[in-house]
Design a protein around this ligand. Structure first.
Ligand code: FES
Length: 127
């Protein structure tokens, strides 16, 4: 575990968004998985988990912030929770596959595929 300040405090605070957009996308499951994974990892005394209001990344929920940081995670799934606990909360380094910036990069091709489908549908109508 990496030390975060001069007092040697190595604790983390994790905010799970329960805003209007993230909750229907699975915030309750994320919270339950996170509590279980933190407990299993023996980190219950060092990681505080809170359900919070909107984190301002509504299109990419469920959103999770880890402090110190904040480090922003998005589209958090059970797989993401496992990685965040192992890599970040236990290992001291952000779980790069789930960072907000990584999510944005993954979303770009999805948007292009949607545009491609629309173009294909238009072409089909012309025939
Ligand atoms: S509702 Fe979760 S980021 Fe806005």
């Amino acid at each position: 575990m990496v030390s975060h300040d001069e007092t040697g405090d190595t604790g983390y605070r994790v905010h799970v968004c329960f805003g209007a957009n993230c909750t229907p996308r699975g915030s309750r499951t994320v919270l339950t998985s996170l509590i279980a994974a933190v407990h299993e990892a023996g980190l219950s005394g060092r990681v505080e988990i809170l359900a919070t209001s909107c984190r301002d990344r509504c299109e990419y929920g469920p959103s999770v912030n880890v402090y110190p940081g904040p480090v922003f995670y998005n589209e958090v799934s059970d797989e993401a929770v496992a990685d965040i606990v192992a890599e970040h909360l236990l290992g001291g380094r952000p779980a790069t596959n789930w960072l907000f910036s990584s999510v944005l990069a993954r979303c770009q091709p999805t948007r292009n595929r949607a545009a491609d489908r629309a173009k294909t549908a238009q072409r089909g109508r012309r025939r």
